[in-house]
Ligand binder design. Structure first.
Ligand code: SF4
Length: 62
């Protein structure tokens, strides 16, 4: 699994960071980014939880 954040949708609530800080963080601009490359298997559930929790539906994974 790879995770991403749609810049145009993200509003910087930080819910994703609270749910899965191993994969998501907020930049100095206040918007989220996701790690490059494959998400470690033990963090995939956290990514799925973040997808569900994001109020803007800005997180993608595949
Ligand atoms: S929860 Fe969604 S809108 Fe909020 S910072 Fe994360 S990706 Fe952006």
């Amino acid at each position: 699994m790879k995770a991403g954040v749609n810049d145009e949708l993200c509003r910087g609530h930080g819910v994703c960071v609270a749910v899965c800080p191993e994969v998501f963080w907020l930049t100095d601009d206040g918007y989220a980014e996701a790690q490059d490359g494959d998400v470690a298997p033990e963090h995939e559930a956290g990514v799925r939880e973040a997808i569900e929790a994001c109020p803007e539906r800005a997180i993608t994974a595949g």
